[in-house]
Write a protein that binds this ligand. Structure first.
Ligand code: ZN
Length: 294
């Protein structure tokens, strides 16, 4: 599998260091950010290795690897990422170091297999460990007309959303709750493409911050969890400005807890913020089709 003994040794070393980092991550925020770059390097290296034989095209800030059946649509995916780059980087005041790897999967089975998910998983894109993974529009756009595919992919495709996850991850150095990155990714996506995820018609109440922080993936109503994430970030931006949100991410990147970062930058605890959110944002916004303009 490895070309040289030193590649195998380097990979083994990174895996061990990453495992140490993951263990340390459970105890406090600071080791989590210290181990961040090791885990990132291991993940990026692994993704690059897995796709080393795939065709590749490059732009100024990205390299895209794809399967031969996606050769015609690959330039569209790369161009969409390049279009999102400047405005997303300006919004979050961060530019990734080096080229970002995007892996384009031809069908949802191959994307799901990558993460050990069921093939029925509906994700169109995934961000993990410095790598953006995208489902080919051939899988989910019924039209075969190139212009229609481009229009749909640009307005409803996952690239801006997943790239925003990468920016948050780098800025906060892996130290953030899921709701924060999901909310910011939806915020950036809406600004860039106008796309808004659907609301939850059954929403009967907001999730507690504790649940959003620690149980995000297990929450029964995932549509509500995503919508609440978007509304919480909207609330932060509306009340305190995007600049404050960026400062919060910077503080997280230097090892602060979310509560410490909120207290320092916006002078409120995360608990108080959650109370104010629940008091001021009507639940009807969880059910509404459109979430902006609080
Ligand atoms: Zn997301």
């Amino acid at each position: 599998m490895f070309h040289n003994w030193w590649q195998a040794a380097a990979a083994a070393g990174l895996v061990v260091l990453a495992a140490v980092g993951i263990t340390a991550a459970h105890t406090s925020a600071l080791p989590r950010t210290l181990s961040y770059s090791l885990i990132r390097q291991a993940c990026e290296w692994h993704a690059g290795w897995q796709t080393r034989s795939w065709p590749e095209i490059k732009s100024d800030h990205f390299r895209l690897r794809y399967r031969p059946e996606d050769a015609e649509v690959a330039p569209l995916v790369l161009q969409t990422a390049e279009t999102a780059y400047e405005p997303a980087a300006a919004m979050l005041q961060h530019q990734p170091a080096g080229e970002t790897l995007i892996v384009l999967y031809p069908d949802r089975e191959s994307l799901a297999r990558q993460f050990g998910w069921a093939a029925s998983e509906s994700a169109m894109g995934v961000y993990w460990g410095g790598v953006v993974r995208v489902l080919s529009p051939y899988d989910w756009v019924t039209s075969r007309d190139p212009q229609e595919i481009a229009a749909i992919f640009n307005s409803a495709g996952p690239v801006a959303h997943e790239f925003a996850h990468l920016l948050v991850d780098e800025k906060a150095r892996g130290n953030y709750p899921r709701w924060l990155t999901e909310g910011i990714a939806q915020y950036v996506e809406r600004q860039l493409t106008g796309f808004v995820m659907p609301g939850s018609p059954e929403a009967a109440g907001w999730y507690a911050l504790q649940e959003m922080d620690y149980e995000f993936d297990n929450l029964a109503d995932q549509t509500l969890a995503y919508r609440q994430s978007a509304l919480m970030v909207d609330y932060l931006v509306e009340r305190y400005g995007l600049e404050s949100l960026n400062l919060v991410l910077d503080r997280l990147g230097r090892g602060a807890t979310l509560d410490q970062a909120f207290r320092e930058i916006i002078d409120t605890s995360s608990a108080n913020l959650a109370v104010a959110f629940a008091r001021e944002v009507p639940l009807s916004r969880a059910r509404a089709e459109f979430a902006s303009n609080l």
